[in-house]
Unconditional design. Sequence first.
Length: 199
Amino acid sequence: MFSKDIENYWSKRYLQHNTGWDIGVPSTPLKTYIDQLENKNLKILIPGAGNSYEAEYLFKNGFENTYVLDIANVPLIAFQKRVPHFPSEQIIKGDFFKHKGIYDLVLEQTFFCSFPPLPENRKQYALKIHELLHKRGKLVGLWFNFPLTNDMEKRPFGGSKEEYLNYFKPLFNVNTFKNCYNSIPSRMGRELFGIFEKT
C-alpha cells in the first residue's frame, strides 16, 4: 500500500520537525490504560510508532515484549538512541500493511489518522489489525473525532464515531468507544478512546 515516496515523505517531516502530532510524552489516555495492565508478558505492537513515547513507557515499566513499527527510519533511529536498552530486533522498519506477526495488543496513537482517509484504506487498516491479533487480542487507542475535509494533505485526518464503527464492528467486539475524558488540553473534545476485541 505504501511506497518509497511515502517513506521519504515521513522521513522529511521528522527531519524538519514538522510533527505537530508529537506531544513529546506518552498520551495520557494510553498511559492510563497501560497503568492498569497486569500481564507484563503481553506481546504489544505500536504501528506508525514515530518517536513512540508509549513504547518507551511500556518498556521501562516491564513490558519487554513491545514492538515498534514505522515506515520511516528517522524516528526509529532517534527512538533507539533515546531508549538504548530497547531490543533492536523489536524496532521494525517496514510497511504496516505488509507486516507479519501475531500480537496480544495493538496500540493506536495517531497512525490511523496519518494516511489518506479513503474508505478502502481505513477498511484495510481494520482488516490488517484483525489479522495481526490473537483471538481475543485487543486494539486499543485514540481516534480523532472531527469532520473530514477535502484536503488530502492536511494531517491528522479526522472522522466520526459512526464511520469508524463501520470498519471495526464487523471484525471486533466493541468493549468501549466513547469521547475521551482525559485527553491532553489541546485535544480535549476531539478524541475518541476505543477498546476493540477480536472476535
